[in-house]
Design a protein around this ligand. Structure first.
Ligand code: FES
Length: 119
């Protein structure tokens, strides 16, 4: 099983292929934001990678990051835990002023992923 390490929080094992946004919430037990419900629209599921950043991304992730002018972050709703990763959880419910963390993301990456190199 892949190992997920959240800097300053701890490490846990995650079912292979699980969505990172769900692993952060259910396995690492952090209050990860996912305002759009894991659909590559809001970018609040963003994390910074310390190690193990995937070298591929979904077309949906690539286009929303480009549209928002974001770099140096990845969208946890668009990443599958298929290897060991270390991340910084930089977008959490605590202190966000939001009414909740967002609706629950589906089990599978949405929209259905089309993979391209990270570049
Ligand atoms: S972009 Fe909204 S939860 Fe990932």
């Amino acid at each position: 099983m892949p190992k997920l390490t959240v800097e300053g929080v701890g490490e846990c094992e995650v079912a292979a292929g699980k969505r990172l946004v769900l692993a952060l919430e259910e396995d690492a037990k952090i209050d990860q934001l996912h305002a759009c419900g894991g659909n590559a629209r809001c970018t609040t599921c963003r994390v910074e990678f310390v190690a193990g950043e995937p070298d591929k991304m979904t077309v949906a992730e690539k286009s929303v990051l480009a549209a928002r002018g974001l770099s140096g972050v990845r969208l946890s709703c668009q990443i599958a835990c298929d290897h060991d990763m270390t991340v910084r959880a930089i977008s959490r419910f605590a202190g966000s002023g939001r009414k909740d963390a967002g609706s629950p993301p589906a089990q599978d990456i949405q929209p259905p992923p089309e993979w391209v190199p990270k570049a």
